[in-house]
Design a protein around this ligand. Structure first.
Ligand code: KG4
Ligand code: ZN
Length: 339
């Protein structure tokens, strides 16, 4: 029988301080997340300085809790996996340095993980991955269609040319005077309204898998300003529903088209916006025409930032023999194709 593998994951790329222990790349033994959302809310977005300070305060507590809940001590770990990019540099550095210190003190291998690889591997905590597969990664900083032909390799076949999907949600929410983060609030309002306003869909040139959300965001802002200038009332629920209909239509159409072209076995949803109810249900509906293609959607707690997904991805890289040295840095602009 093969020996069990235990990996500690650490994630601090944005506004969650997270640590988790995962067994054999699939089984969560602990998954601790300290969220800072309350501290950033009044600023309407993440303030990098504040994020770094929170990470410093939380990191050792969160790691200790994750180890305790897993019932392990450091000598039992096979490796420490940590998000090395992309993200806020000051935030990333807290996790990277904590991981390096622990790896050095306990002489444990160190594996740097791309944040988006982590989001994709959240799916392996739900079910086995079957290749080829397409992952739709939609978060506050990313909107990407990623083709995977085997474990640990990523081909970005489409990405946003401007705003990320989550960023568009957050900006539109701010225009509607809603709280941060805007995604969950707009999602809720959208279900109470009707998609009566015909906002644009950016399909881009024929066959492109890229996305663009800045035109849609401007269209929403212009519609609201025009209504205000004319002294007209607008219904926020209908604006939210119309905005969400545009985002969801483009995301789901392109995902299903890619699934057909690359004859995939699975479609995975990943990232914070994967929590969106409209996106989940529309993708489920459109995928019904694709026989034998499995749609995998992780539970909400694994869609938003967490460290179990970093440990899951780290396990695959570790098994492939990837190691980082004590000179590992934080890489705020790290590209997925290059990991
Ligand atoms: O993956 P994530 O937790 O952090 C990043 O790596 O960016 O994603 C956060 C983003 C935010 O923009 C938030 O508004 C969005 O995910 N989000 C949603 C929903 N829940 C979170 N967007 C749309 N609908 C939701 N239900
Ligand atoms: Zn994320």
């Amino acid at each position: 029988m093969e020996k069990d593998m235990y990996i500690l994951g650490i994630e601090t790329s944005c506004d969650e301080t997270a640590a988790s222990v995962v067994k054999n790349g699939k089984e969560i033994l602990s998954n601790k997340v300290a969220s800072q959302i309350e501290s950033h809310k009044r600023f309407g977005g993440v303030v990098p300085e504040i994020a770094s300070r929170h990470h410093v305060e939380q990191i050792t507590i969160v790691i200790e809790e994750a180890m305790k809940e897993a019932g392990l001590d450091f000598s039992q770990l096979d490796a420490i996996a940590v998000t090395k990019g992309p993200g806020l540099v000051g935030a990333l550095l807290i996790g990277v340095n904590a991981a390096k210190a622990l790896a050095f003190a306990h002489q444990i291998p160190l594996v740097g993980v791309h944040h988006i690889a982590g989001h994709i591997y959240a799916n392996r905590l739900v079910t086995d991955m079957r290749f080829p597969l397409i992952a739709l990664v939609v978060s506050g900083g990313h909107t990407e269609l990623v083709l995977m032909r085997e474990h640990g390799t990523f081909e970005v076949i489409g990405e946003t040319r401007d705003d990320a999907a989550g960023e568009a949600y957050d900006k539109v929410a701010r225009t509607l005077n809603l709280t941060y983060p805007g995604g969950p609030v707009i999602d809720r309002l959208a279900h109470e309204g009707k998609a009566l306003i015909d906002f644009p869909r950016a399909w881009l040139e024929d066959g492109s898998y890229d996305f663009s959300f800045s035109g849609l965001k401007s269209a929403v802002i212009n519609t609201l300003h025009n209504a205000e200038q004319r002294g007209e009332q607008y219904n926020p629920e209908d604006v939210a529903a119309s905005f969400q209909a545009s985002v969801v239509e483009v995301l789901t159409e392109k995902t299903v088209r890619a699934a057909k072209q690359f004859q995939v076995k699975q479609v995975l949803l990943a990232g914070g916006v994967a929590a969106n109810r409209g996106l989940r249900s529309e993708l489920q509906k459109k995928m019904e025409e694709l026989k034998d293609v499995e749609l995998v959607i992780p539970p909400l707690s694994l869609c938003t930032d967490n460290a179990a997904m970093i440990a899951a991805a780290g396990t695959v890289f570790y098994e492939k023999g990837k190691r980082d040295g004590y000179n590992m840095n934080a890489y705020p602009g790290l590209e997925l194709d290059h990991v």
